[in-house]
Design a protein around this ligand. Structure first.
Ligand code: UT7
Length: 322
């Protein structure tokens, strides 16, 4: 008798826009400094889209790389899930745009809106589709153009974010103890007003800019991510010592360091990209994963813990044996 269907991660990919904007570049336009940004967040630069770079084009390139690494033909993909808060159009979904850009003519695709937790939400959804038998090969993508949501005169937010895309391919057929071991998702709409975008298409009199009470979000992040990490460890009967890599959402180096400390993980076991990418929202975890897999740090068999918190509030974790 065969066991339950499990999902494994077989490919990763990423795309960063060509244009790099440093802290010093920003300090020439607004009242900020490289020193303030670095010491409060760990960020030194961010990538910002230009020319023909869009949420869909970045997503498609990241997905292409993930398929290539997995050795899977685009037309064998059953589903495409794109986590994004910055689609190029209200509809069609970025996922269906990616489908067309990759020349895929079958299966289905749709977008997921869970702000900075979007990739964890998409990974959990893809994992459930595979477990249920609905799909066998699923592209899970985070792609964001947060530069278009920012008020570039608001120094409290515009220095924090960047653009980019990351992708993974999940495939049915993991052995016991391998692949996606657990996912946990949470949201609490009561705190929706501490991190949000003011309005959307069809909402008159709004700025459509990102607004954040940074200190409040920081406070929630420390508490809720800590709970999420405990929850993932408990569900798998593990301790912090069992985790080989922490691949966290990249919002602030101080938050990342706090989680590493909680797990008693040395800093060389934590994948950090916030210094060069800033906060790319739903793209930050797959971009970090892509970097650490491609440079050889994360190896097959390694146990990887991912966690994120974002607007909603939304938060969650995923534990994956590579
Ligand atoms: O991805 C979604 C999740 N997001 C997060 O997890 C973000 C969580 N929050 C944070 O990372 C931090 O709260 C921030 C990095 C956003 C802010 O750091 P902080 O240490 O909490 O600073 P603050 O907001 O308390 O501001 C301290 C001071 C203020 O001045 P006063 O009022 O003390 O005189 C700000 O006006 O720093 C000032 N400030 C700046 N100064 C120079 C705020 N932004 C800037 C800036 N440059 N860019």
């Amino acid at each position: 008798m065969s066991g339950p269907i499990r999902a494994r991660l077989t490919g990763v990919g990423g795309y960063l826009p060509r244009t790099v904007v440093t802290n010093d570049d920003l300090a020439q336009k607004i009242d900020t400094s490289d020193e303030w940004i670095r010491t409060r967040t760990g960020i030194t630069q961010r990538h910002i889209v230009s020319g023909d770079e869009t949420t869909a084009s970045m997503a498609a390139e990241a997905a292409r790389q993930a398929l290539e690494q997995a050795g899977v033909n685009a037309d064998d993909v059953d589903a495409i899930l794109v986590a994004t808060s910055t689609p190029d159009q209200v509809f069609p979904a970025v996922a269906t745009q990616v489908q067309a850009l990759l020349g895929i003519t079958r299966g289905f695709g749709f977008d997921i809106s869970a702000a900075c937790s979007g990739f964890v939400y998409a990974l959990a959804s893809a994992n459930s589709f595979i477990q249920s038998g609905l799909a066998k090969k699923v592209l899970v993508i985070g792609s964001e153009v947060f530069s278009r949501l920012l008020d570039w005169n608001d120094r409290t937010t515009c220095v924090l974010f960047g653009d980019g895309a990351g992708a993974v391919l999940l495939e049915a057929g993991a052995e016991d103890g391998e692949g996606v071991l657990s996912t946990h998702l949470h949201s609490d709409g009561r705190s929706g007003d501490i991190l949000y975008v003011d309005g959307a298409v069809g909402c008159a009199g709004t700025t459509q800019h990102l607004k954040m009470l940074g200190r409040e979000v920081f406070r929630h992040a420390v508490v809720k991510l800590s709970q999420a990490v405990d929850e993932a460890l408990e569900a798998n009967n593990l301790t912090g010592q069992d985790i080989q890599w922490l691949v966290p959402h990249q919002a602030n180096l101080r938050i990342i360091d706090g989680m590493a400390k909680k797990l008693a993980l040395p800093s060389d076991r934590v994948v950090v990209t916030v210094d060069r990418h800033a906060n790319t929202s739903a793209a930050s975890i797959p971009l970090a994963l892509n970097e650490a897999v491609r440079d050889g740090r994360i190896q097959k068999g390694d146990l990887v813990l991912m966690e994120a918190l974002g607007g909603g509030l939304t938060w969650g974790s995923a534990l994956v044996r590579m």
